[in-house]
Design a protein around this ligand. Sequence first.
Ligand SMILES: Cc1cc2nc3c(=O)[nH]c(=O)nc-3n(C[C@H](O)[C@H](O)[C@H](O)COP(=O)(O)OP(=O)(O)OC[C@H]3O[C@@H](n4cnc5c(N)ncnc54)[C@H](O)[C@@H]3O)c2cc1C
Length: 500
Amino acid sequence: MLKKKVIIIGAGFSSLSAACYLANAGYSVQILEKNDTVGGRARQKIRDGFTFDIGPTFYWMPDVFEQFFNDFGKSASDYYQLQKLNPAYQVYFGPQDYICIADNFKAIKDTFESIEPGSSAQLQKFMDIAEDNYNIAIRDLVYKPGEHLFEIVTPKTIRKLGSFINTIKKQVASYIKNEKLRKILEFPVLFLGAKPSNTPSFYNFMNYADFKLGTWHPIGGMYEVVKAMKALAEELGVEIHTNSPVSKIHVKNKDVIAVETEGTNYNCDILLSGADYNHTESLLDESYRQYSLSYWEKKTFAPSALLFYVGFDKELKNLSHHTLFFDTDFEKHAATIYDTKEWAEDPLFYASFPSKSDHTCAPKGKEAGIFLIPIAPDSEDTEIIREKYFNIIMDRLEKTTNQPVRPSVLFKESYCVKDFKADYNSCKGNAYGLANTLLQTHILRPKLKSKKLDNLYFTGQLTVPGPGVPPSLISGKIVSDLILKYHINEAIIRPVKLPV
Ligand SMILES: Cc1cc2nc3c(=O)[nH]c(=O)nc-3n(C[C@H](O)[C@H](O)[C@H](O)COP(=O)(O)OP(=O)(O)OC[C@H]3O[C@@H](n4cnc5c(N)ncnc54)[C@H](O)[C@@H]3O)c2cc1C
């Protein structure tokens, strides 16, 4: 008997995850990816012996990755080697003024206590709540598809109602007085794409991920995870076609029947898209789209970013694998991203030097640097602006870390709004999808299942549960469960057995 055929648009983390689950459930799965490699926003750049992750660099929530591989009788260690980073990261607040976050909670508490007497006990209380929230959120809620509100109304969440109204910013301030320590506790929710003052305190489960679960690094970089998922997908029989941009979705009687790429039509029984949501809908005739342009206009997008990938001809000092430059006013910077939508005069930035802990990322005696400034989606993007901000970053790097760096730059490549649009069909050039604010959570996010077409589904950082690599893996799982729920009678389910 012929297997039912699923076409998946895009080969980002969410699509690769869904492809594995659906192939394992017995579907014939084909991925169509517009770029020449898989990975989506998490692709890799290799130049002159340097290796850079183009997108994600923080490997948080190792339990979510492990669960993904366990679902196929595998372990992450079957594919890549993980290293726990110590320090997890370093945060600069001014010239030679920094705090390092260690790889264990006891040492982190000691750091807090040395800066604000009494704060370690406060941090413990804060972390107990964060742990409770993590167990509720990551072990349960985020795996709900967002079809009905009652999925997340449980005795456990009802007793947490207050934490959906309170914000992270207020909660942190109620435990800790020191401004630097407050900034460190507010940092993890930036991964959710919104301001701490606009993020429910329930999301402090990100602090548990940060301080208790730790920051990890796959040797070779995050792209090793992409390679692992591609390998697993192919072991399960998934066919991947790169250089295959989908340009049109064909519909008949409320069902997608085929997608069109340059020159080839692919028939399908089910279509799943991991490409940016509104781009996918733009491939449909207007009457089949669920969300109008004004809907997207009103949404809070997570930031876009200006990135630089830099090869240095020496090892840089006073820096860690992950280093945050919080030496300017975050509130002012955040206002430019979410309110005025202008370029910040004095932006915060993040830098990653993977070669600090992984010699595969740069030639011996040299350093690979990745720099990221969060900016408003759809910011003006010109070479002059990119150059201006490169100079700002280099000045700050030199001042805060007390060393000349400019003369050591071998090369630099930049990446910004125009590239996000051109490479990923990203709405407004967003980097991280749709922010996880209270009004953009769960049922209030764009749906995994089309309301207009019976066999069209969506996955990825613009839908449920939200931005980030772990949520993308989860998104792939929950959309696959949804497909099985609605199409189980049509499917010829023949679970594929992997060699152990
Ligand atoms: C700079 C940056 C830094 C980040 N840092 C972190 C981090 O440290 N830790 C973390 O957990 N997360 C991080 N993230 C977020 C994380 O990378 C994303 O949430 C995740 O990779 C999104 O995966 P996705 O599958 O939803 O989408 P994508 O990766 O965008 O995949 C969508 C795919 O669809 C393809 N596509 C688009 N249109 C078409 C078409 N018409 N036809 C065919 N294919 C198409 C695209 O080319 C792309 O490959 C970062 C993101 C960025 C950009």
